[in-house]
Design a protein. Structure first.
Lengths: 429, 289
């Protein structure tokens, strides 16, 4: 609040400066069409992101600023605060030039027109077909593109090499299906002491979307229709997955804390080194190994085989109220180019969102990274306009549904009731 | 005649000028937003673009929102619990430290100190303290203080609020206590009144305005509870600690339906006004009696 008026004044100055620059860009553009799409003329661009993505955004910005006249300034907000921050900025017509959003929220932001329509710009990209398709398609509303991939994070099985060895399992042979996963978890749990077989976010909506749905897809099932308007959470494939995890919890194979895990301590639990095998975000590989826990990586599987992944991460688009669209696009276009994908993303152990760059000079050094990168083509990103309210929010019907399926007295009833409530939430205008 | 009237007119202008800054601030930061919320509640209000009138849809849609009834019931329950406990603790603390004695300054400071911690920070502090993963208190049997069961979650939030707000309310009541003339106590003691009689016949009646103020603050604050549940329990487990303001937040920032959020705010405001009118009514009639 206190900062409002100086911010406003600065915005006004920036806006008028940008207007002049923008006009210059336009007149220039009449003779040369590509120049109108992307301009590097020394503009200062504001970029907002959430804390979870801050590291990647900053690395992109630093590398871009070093080689371009435009300057990108990154501001990060705490994850929970971020959607509210964007909503109030939109209400005040003061959105940043560029902003990221969790890829699953992209349809909602696109439908609210918080990003500029960049369909022409996306279509002009020479590597458009090489961008992670599921990710790109999530920022489409009524056949128009509003954002492009910014970071990718995928769900994978993470398992402790040490605990595998101690339990007499072969760390080079991760589970080929979910039943095998349960067996491995039981064997490791039998080690006793502080060791537990597995872990999951029993009170965390986003976590379970991310880790359980791939098992359904791998089995050929669906959790929701393609348009994101009807839930099939009571399908056999989904019910089987819930039943398996429910059993692991009842047997005490999953850590007791799994029931109340709402997200904040999920990473900490895996970093402790006492969990045998658990699904989680691929980007945690480095964060867990930092704590001295050696981890193996495997794809998430279906009950009796198959593999899939949830392609998460962030999308980024140009703020609808920005007056520097061409400059902002110059940055976005650069982040998707070969140099940024290899020298910024891959070099820092990230996942390139260009499928043609999955194998690169950095990834080949670590076979686990190749495993992860190759999953991009197999993965999916579910599309729904009301994704946040239906699945991620702590008050979402999804949380009530899966808590019933994991811990409630009647899992089947919880899923049948849940399907109706989820569908109602998805269809709310 | 003319001299005095022009003088009084000038005095009037000067008075208005003195009041103008406050009036301006109240107007800009209180009245205008209030009217805007009322106006918004009658519209389908998008983040960007033009609002469209849809009254009374935002109000009728509340009937379909399952969260609201539970949240309203929980908010009332929480308000009753916290008002009773917080009042008892704060009044007790105030009585404990009302007289100048050795060490009282230290106690007063200690009780008041939590007020200096921001409420959101305090909630985060408790989240860390109560966590079995990262907190200092580990039990042999795993237990989740913040989402293990509805009563545990509510209990944790109540302890947090007591810790954070008891000192502040103690301070208000301390000023009330110290405003009571000591002669009254002395006279009562000479008349042979017991400690309990003094408390009932002198302290409580003379504290009535202060008590009314404190209760009003507590009830209004509790009905608007947000931070402690948003951060500490995330409204869980199973929506058992979801307050009304959290539902408003969900409508506005998760569902991006500003009209529905405004409508809920208007209803909550109405409830608050009713509560306050009743409170002031009770206060006034007691004073008259």
């Amino acid at each position: 609040m206190r900062g409002t008026s100086p911010q406003r004044a600065m915005l006004a100055v920036l806006a008028s400066a940008a207007l002049v620059l923008g006009m210059a860009a336009c007149s220039e553009g009449k003779t040369n069409t590509p120049a109108a799409l992307a301009v590097d003329d020394g503009a200062t661009l504001t970029l907002w992101t959430r804390a979870a993505t801050e590291g990647v955004s900053k690395k992109f910005a630093d590398a871009y600023n070093a080689t371009h006249k435009n300057k990108v300034q990154v501001t990060a907000y705490p994850n929970e605060e971020y959607p509210a921050k964007l909503a109030s900025a939109a209400g005040a017509r003061a959105l940043p030039d560029l902003f990221a959003s969790d890829v699953v929220f992209a349809p909602q932001y696109a439908s609210e027109n918080l990003w500029l329509d960049i369909t022409d710009r996306v279509n002009a990209l020479p590597f458009k077909d090489k961008l992670a398709k599921a990710h790109l398609d999530n920022a489409v509303w009524k056949n128009k593109n509003y954002a492009v991939p910014h970071t990718i994070d995928m769900s994978v099985m993470l398992y402790s090499i040490d605990l595998y060895t101690k339990a007499g399992l072969d760390p080079s042979k991760p589970p080929k299906n979910l039943n095998e996963f349960a067996d491995h978890a039981r064997k490791i749990d039998a080690l006793g002491g502080d060791v537990n077989g597995t872990y999951f976010g029993g009170n965390c909506g986003g976590c379970n979307v991310f880790t359980l749905w791939p098992s359904v897809w791998a089995a050929g099932g669906e959790v929701m229709d393609k348009e994101g308007t009807k839930s099939t959470v009571n399908s056999k494939e989904m019910a089987d997955v819930f039943a398996l995890y429910r059993k692991l919890y009842d047997e005490g194979v999953a850590a007791p804390a799994a029931k109340d895990e709402a997200g904040p301590t999920w990473l900490g639990a895996l970093q402790g080194g006492n969990i045998g095998i658990a699904p989680g975000p691929s980007v945690w590989l480095g964060l867990i190994e930092e704590k001295g826990v050696k981890m193996g990586v495997a794809p998430i599987t279906g009950i009796s085989g198959g593999e899939s992944t949830f392609i998460g991460g962030d999308s980024m688009g140009i703020g609808a109220t920005s007056t520097k669209a061409a400059q902002a696009w110059d940055f976005l276009q650069w982040t998707m180019g070969d140099e940024a994908q290899v020298e910024v993303v891959a070099k820092n152990k990230g996942i390139p969102f260009r499928t043609d760059l999955a194998a690169n000079k950095y990834s080949s050094a670590d076979p686990r990274i190749v495993t992860i990168n190759n999953l991009v083509a197999k993965g999916r990103t579910p599309y729904a306009k009301n994704f946040n309210a239906t699945y991620n929010d702590p008050q979402s019907p999804w949380i009530a549904t899966f808590r019933g399926a994991f811990f409630g007295p009647d899992a089947k009833k919880a899923l049948d009731d849940g399907a109706a409530k989820l569908t109602a939430s998805l269809q709310k205008s | 005649m003319t001299v005095t009237s022009s003088r009084s007119r000038r005095a009037g202008w000067v008075g208005a000028a003195y009041a103008a800054p406050t009036a301006l601030i109240v107007g800009v930061f209180f009245i205008v937003p209030l009217l805007l919320v009322g106006w918004m509640s009658l519209h389908d209000w998008p983040l960007l673009g033009l609002p469209e009138i849809n009254a009374p849809e935002n109000f009728t849609a509340m009937a379909d929102n399952e969260l609201i009834a539970d949240a309203a019931w929980f908010t009332v329950k929480y308000t009753v619990i916290i008002t009773v406990l917080l009042f008892a603790v704060a009044f007790g603390l105030a009585l404990l430290v009302q007289h100048q004695r050795r060490g009282v300054g230290l106690l007063r400071t200690a009780f008041f100190l939590p007020v200096a911690v921001g409420f959101a920070s305090a909630s985060l502090l408790f989240l860390g303290l109560l966590s079995q993963e990262i907190g200092p208190f580990k039990t042999d049997e795993y237990i989740s203080w913040t989402s293990g069961s509805p009563s545990l979650a509510l209990g944790s939030a109540v302890v947090l609020v007591l810790w954070r707000f008891a000192g502040f309310n103690m301070l208000i009541m301390l000023t009330g206590l110290q405003a009571i003339p000591t002669e009254l106590y002395e006279a009562a003691r000479i008349d042979g009144a017991t400690r309990f009689q003094i408390f009932r016949r002198i302290t409580v009646p003379l504290m009535r305005p202060t008590i009314a103020l404190v209760l009003t603050l507590m009830i209004a604050g509790s009905l608007l509870a947000f931070d402690q549940f948003w951060i500490l329990t995330r409204g869980g487990p199973d929506n058992s600690t979801t307050s009304l303001v959290m539902v408003i937040y969900r409508e506005a920032f998760i569902r991006l339906d500003l009209g529905a959020a405004a409508a809920l705010s208007v209803v909550l405001l109405g409830v608050l006004v009713v509560f306050n009118v009743i409170q002031f009514g009770v206060l006034r009639s007691r004073r008259g009696a």
